[in-house]
Design a protein around this ligand. Structure first.
Ligand code: PLP
Length: 226
């Protein structure tokens, strides 16, 4: 893709984030994670040259390939997709800066086991299925706080930094907003347990997510549209 198109797309997303966050507060800082799953490694390098530093992938395989190809660049890599247990070692070898899709106590215990063997720690977000959709992974809102605290107690090698959620899959903005507000309430409660990151919002709904309290958005398609 042409660098000028990428620059214009990035500027537009940053500007939209800026507008939305200022509606919340001058002090509400929002981080942009650029999601590269629909694009080429070249476009990721170009976005890096334009100043973007945090990138996310939803597959371990792709994350591994890209972080190797771009290993000269001090990119902050995020794993944002569901992790199968047989990919745990691969993920840990990549040493991502944040694993955003910790979606069950079982996965947490399996991760803890490998992490303690490797004498390694991992920053994670607990994924919450706030719209209670069968197609999405994550813990239910009802279980989220207990699960979060259980992971803190049982998994000393996992450093929980907050929560992640994907907005409800519907055109009805009111329902999307409700799903964000559900996650936001859980995040507020978990701040007493050290939660600082509330990751919500993708290309279709990141401005709404920010107004509902998100401080990390994961944006893919809007950055790479032609
Ligand atoms: C693909 C993906 C995104 C980005 O989606 P866009 O709609 O392209 O912005 C965000 N979060 C997760 C978990 C994803 O898999």
């Amino acid at each position: 893709m042409n660098k000028e198109i990428l620059r214009a797309n990035l500027d537009k997303v940053i500007w939209n984030i800026e507008k939305a966050r200022l509606e919340v507060s001058d002090h509400h800082i929002v981080k942009l994670v650029a999601v590269g799953k629909y694009t080429s490694v070249e476009n990721i390098a170009t976005l890096y040259s334009l100043g973007q530093r945090a990138f996310g992938e939803n597959q371990v395989q792709q994350l591994e390939a890209r972080s190797k190809e771009l290993e000269e660049l001090p990119i902050e890599w995020h794993m944002i997709g569901t992790l199968q247990k047989n990919k745990i070692n691969k993920l840990l070898d990549i040493r991502p800066s944040l694993f955003q899709a910790l979606d069950s106590i079982e996965l947490a215990l399996a991760l803890e086991d490998r992490l303690s063997n490797k004498n390694q720690t991992l920053d994670c977000l607990l994924q919450i299925n706030s719209a209670a959709e069968d197609t999405k992974s994550g813990v239910s809102p009802q279980m989220a706080i207990d699960t979060y605290q259980e992971i803190i107690q049982k998994c000393p090698h996992i450093s929980l930094k907050g929560v992640m959620s994907i907005g409800a899959h519907t055109d009805d903005l009111q329902i999307v907003q409700q799903s964000f507000e559900t996650t936001r309430k859980i995040f507020d409660t978990l701040q007493t347990n050290g939660a600082t990151i509330c990751s919500m919002g993708m290309s279709g709904d990141y401005e709404l997510a920010i107004k509902c309290g998100s401080n990390l958005v994961r944006v893919g398609s809007s950055l790479f549209e032609k």
